[in-house]
Design a protein around this ligand. Structure first.
Ligand code: NDP
Length: 258
């Protein structure tokens, strides 16, 4: 089933982790994907690797790379214009780029607060505002925002929890405002997913990443941690017309964890 043939999708932070898996999933179903990522070399390499995937080739999908800091208005506007020109439009936006700067609240520096809010939340304002200008003209579009289970509160993540909870309110509001233009806006809130981000978290608390994953798996009802592909499948669903009557929702993808 090729749900994204003829669709042009931007995936922010698409060069690794959940964003890379999402880029692969969309391209395997026929999309032209634009990876918008900070690290130019990694974005170019990822796009080249994903373009060689046999399922992407069979689906006539394409993956393109754009070096872009998603917190920078001018960089986002010019990358979006270049992508829309290269891909023939902009139909799907996956606001995935994110960072953590974990610290107990009493020790958290203002700079950590600002950078996490900027990268995880303000970037969605910037990218969605640019994307909606294309989508309103087309009278259709899908926006999927990465929230997190941490939105419900998590020790050492006052900045990240605030940003990811903000993502959910932002999502619900955009769904109300953009629905009349046939634009669906939803969020996905993963639990623990094995990526470079969570490997770095493990190392920061002095644990081996695979032992850390085992600990999380043991307290997760489904008995394992999430994979980037698990999250990509939900993002793809919400980006597709299978979810045509779903908007303003947050889907928790967390193996049943609380
Ligand atoms: P990764 O750290 O593995 O990947 C994030 C990507 O985003 C990196 O390529 C990074 O580039 C890029 N990025 C960071 N800042 C910017 C920026 N300003 N502009 C453009 N690109 C940027 O993260 P994950 O794949 O683990 O997470 C993806 C999303 O899912 C994030 O929003 C995260 O908060 C969320 N999430 C992740 C969970 C997990 O357990 N992994 C759980 C819940 C939510 P660079 O490396 O160069 O900084």
């Amino acid at each position: 089933m090729m749900r994204f043939t003829g669709k042009a999708a931007v995936v922010t932070g698409g060069a690794q982790g959940i964003g890379r898996a999402t880029s692969l999933r969309l391209a395997r179903e026929g999309a032209v994907v634009g990876i918008f990522d900070l690290n130019r070399d990694r974005a170019v390499q990822s796009a080249a690797d994903l373009s060689l995937d046999p399922e992407v080739i069979a689906a006539a999908g394409r993956v393109l790379a754009y070096s872009c800091d998603v917190t920078n208005d001018d960089a986002v506007a010019s990358a979006a214009a270049a992508f829309a020109r290269d891909a023939g439009g902009l139909h799907i936006l996956v606001n995935n780029a994110g960072i953590t700067r974990d610290e107990l609240f009493f020790r958290m520096e203002r700079s950590s607060w600002d950078s996490v809010i900027n990268t995880n939340l303000t970037s969605m304002f910037v990218c969605s505002q640019v994307a909606q200008s294309y989508m309103v003209g087309q009278r259709s579009g899908k926006i999927v925002n990465l929230s997190s289970r941490s939105a419900l509160g998590n020790r050492g993540q006052a900045n990240y929890a605030a940003a990811k909870a903000g993502v959910q309110g932002f999502t619900a509001t955009l769904a109300i405002e953009l629905g009349r233009y046939n634009i669906n806006v939803n969020a996905v809130a993963p639990g623990f997913v094995a990526t470079e981000m969570t490997d770095a978290t493990a190392l920061r608390v002095g644990k081996d990443p695979s032992e850390y994953q085992d600990e999380v798996a043991n307290r997760t009802p489904l008995g394992r941690v999430g994979t980037p592909a698990d999250v990509a499948a939900s993002v793809a669903f919400l980006s597709s017309d299978d979810a045509a009557y779903i908007s303003g929702q947050t889907l928790y993808v967390n193996g049943g964890a609380r």
